[in-house]
Design a protein around this ligand. Structure first.
Ligand SMILES: [Zn+2]
Length: 134
């Protein structure tokens, strides 16, 4: 599809998530915060998950948080990820409040403080959490 295509993409999410994905490319973790109730969320949405307000601002996260869940992926969900198997995924609650699913250094534990880092896989910048020093 060329930029001049008369057909708009049926999926709004890539454009909606652009501040997040462009942030990753710049090695910055961004999240949305509702301007109405203050709830923070990392998945780009049109409206606040908490109160439904359509007013969301983008903010930059420090990249620090606490591990809430850990899973080791032994079977790649796509060809692109086959080279990484096995890999560790974590659900991290960022200090700003939102939760983020991302890669992690093997061996991280639930409850551990972690710091976000970045790596490039298949021309896409992804988040990988490591234990926070200190
Ligand atoms: Zn809200």
């Amino acid at each position: 599809m060329t930029p001049s295509s008369p057909f708009p993409s049926p999926l709004p999410s890539p454009a909606l998530a652009a501040p997040f994905t462009q942030g990753l490319a710049a090695r910055v973790l961004r999240y949305q915060r509702c301007t109405s109730c203050g709830t923070a969320q990392t998945l780009a949405r049109y409206a606040c998950q908490h109160c439904g307000a359509p007013s969301l601002d983008w903010h930059e996260a420090q990249g620090t948080g606490r591990v809430q869940a850990v899973t080791v992926v032994g079977r790649a969900p796509s060809d692109s990820f086959r080279a990484l198997v096995p890999y560790t995924l974590v659900l991290v609650q960022l200090d700003e409040g939102p939760r983020l699913m991302a890669h992690a250094q093997p061996g991280v534990q639930i409850g551990q403080r972690v710091q976000a880092g970045f790596f490039v896989h298949d021309q896409t910048t992804l988040v990988r959490f490591s234990p926070q020093p200190g």
